[in-house]
Design a protein around this ligand. Structure first.
Ligand code: EPZ
Length: 420
């Protein structure tokens, strides 16, 4: 297995190009199941989760051509409707094929995704909404068996909780449904917005894009000619590198980034002492000489994202004072805390709230990645730890960061990928 060997750095300097968003790419790839044509997808990130979902589509019979600046997905040859456990267990977002396969073929079997490191992550809201649309759903031997004897019908869905992939699944199911579907309490994440925008541009009328109330005008089963599109920049990757600039007190510039997707993250970094120069597609961080403590509560977009919680917790270990970080979305998203404590961080956990006392000197050691964003928090801590840090099990990192060590090396970090 690979691991990352990292030394502390005085500072970083230079430019990092941000890749396409993993969490936009996944629903957009699943969306190709609704297409009549071959779909051209540009700016897909080179990360394991994208390859996993493309492999799943290939297993179902689709054709994926990897060209130099795009991936072309042709689902006209898709015949299988069973997403098997071996793939779904490696990536829970495979659940995103449920809505589109059911909408297109009228039946499907998708392995239950099971839990994951950060929480139980149920999909009850996805299933309840599909049942409201007329699906008959049974759980048998760990599989969701769904069928729509009379096709999916548009209806009014109200989500009890805001769910990102739940909203994406129902938008895609509703796209081919008979009649209109209104989704109330819909997720407003930029990744959901892009899915709606691409479908809308391809002839599936969607009203209320970007708001919590979406109305999808179904095509009554007619497949969609999906326009070519380029995946939006990854706001979480961008936020992670901004934290790298803040924690090492370095001025770095991000390119191919969408500043308006990072409002809450930039606001918190400003509270902690940084300032920014932004253009339409770049952000330069100007870190403060000292890092100020912060209070953070993770919530749905446009509030502070849970996917940035681990990174800010690492940053808070270098703040002069006490920071309070509350995780409201997932029940077990503090797996990075014990590893940071082993590096010398002073963190107290009380339920869903972490109290971080800084500034603490961190010392390099062997640490273990446990989930995607926890891994990036360990990298950030390693950049300012004395001595050498070896971060193991970085397959977690490879799921969602495109060439992280190369991008950091490019701005002066001492970081290399080695084999155990
Ligand atoms: C998406 O996960 C992201 N993944 C996650 O990013 C992100 O952390 C999360 O949204 C929240 O922003 C992708 O987009 C592929 P949810 P998702 O459904 O859709 C509860 C990363 O690091 N819930 O919005 O699975 C759930 O338990 C990953 O890139 C139900 O109770 O998250 C959670 O508490 C990690 N029933 C809350 O809602 C359901 O049916 C939000 O979950 C669905 C969700």
């Amino acid at each position: 297995m690979d691991y990352l060997k990292t030394q502390s750095v005085d500072s970083l300097n230079g430019t990092i190009k941000i890749s396409g968003a993993k969490n936009a790419s996944l629903p957009l790839i699943a969306m190709t199941i609704l297409a009549r044509n071959s779909v051209n997808i540009k700016n897909l990130p080179h990360v394991a989760d994208i390859n996993t979902l493309l492999k799943l589509l290939s297993n179902l019979g689709a054709k994926c051509d990897f060209l130099d600046d795009r991936v072309v997905v042709d689902t006209s040859t898709l015949t299988e409707t069973k997403a098997t456990y071996d793939i779904v267990k490696t990536m829970r977002a495979s659940i995103l094929v449920l809505g589109p396969i059911l909408a297109r073929f009228g039946h499907c079997e998708v392995s239950l995704p099971g839990g994951c490191a950060i929480g139980q992550r149920p999909i009850d809201l996805h299933l309840k909404a599909l049942e409201q649309m007329g699906a008959v759903i049974e759980i048998k031997s760990g599989y969701i068996e769904a069928r729509t004897p009379n096709g999916l019908k548009g209806c009014d869905i109200i989500f009890d909780k805001i769910t990102v992939t739940g909203t994406a699944n129902i938008v895609m199911a509703a796209a081919l449904a008979n009649g209109n579907t209104t989704i109330t309490n819909a997720a407003r994440e930029p990744e959901v917005v892009q899915l709606c925008e691409v479908l809308n541009a391809s002839g599936v009328q969607i009203d209320g894009i970007g708001t919590a109330i979406l109305t999808v005008h179904g095509t009554n089963g007619k497949l969609v000619d999906i326009e070519e599109f380029s995946v939006i920049p990854d706001r979480i990757e961008a936020g992670t590198y901004l934290c790298a600039g803040a924690i090492t007190k370095s001025e770095i510039t991000l390119t191919n980034v969408e500043p308006k997707h990072l409002g809450a993250v930039l606001a918190k970094l400003e509270e902690m002492g940084s300032t920014f120069t932004t253009t339409q597609s770049t952000i330069t961080i100007h870190p403060g000489q000292n890092i100020k403590p912060v209070k953070i509560v993770t919530q749905e977009y446009p509030a502070f994202p849970t996917d940035m919680q681990a990174q800010f917790l690492a940053l808070a270990t270098q703040a002069d004072g006490v920071s309070i970080i509350e995780e409201r979305l997932f029940e077990n998203r503090f797996m990075h805390v014990s590893e940071l404590q082993r590096m010398g961080a002073d963190i107290t956990l009380n339920g869903h709230t972490a109290t971080v006392s800084g500034k603490t000197e961190l010392s390099g050691t062997d640490v273990m990645a446990t989930d995607l964003r926890a891994s990036s928090a360990l990298v950030l801590a390693a950049l300012v730890s004395s001595g050498e840090t070896n971060i193991h099990r970085i397959y977690h990192l490879d799921r969602g960061y495109d060439s992280l060590e190369k991008k950091l090396e490019g701005v002066g970090a001492k970081i290399e990928r080695l084999q155990e």
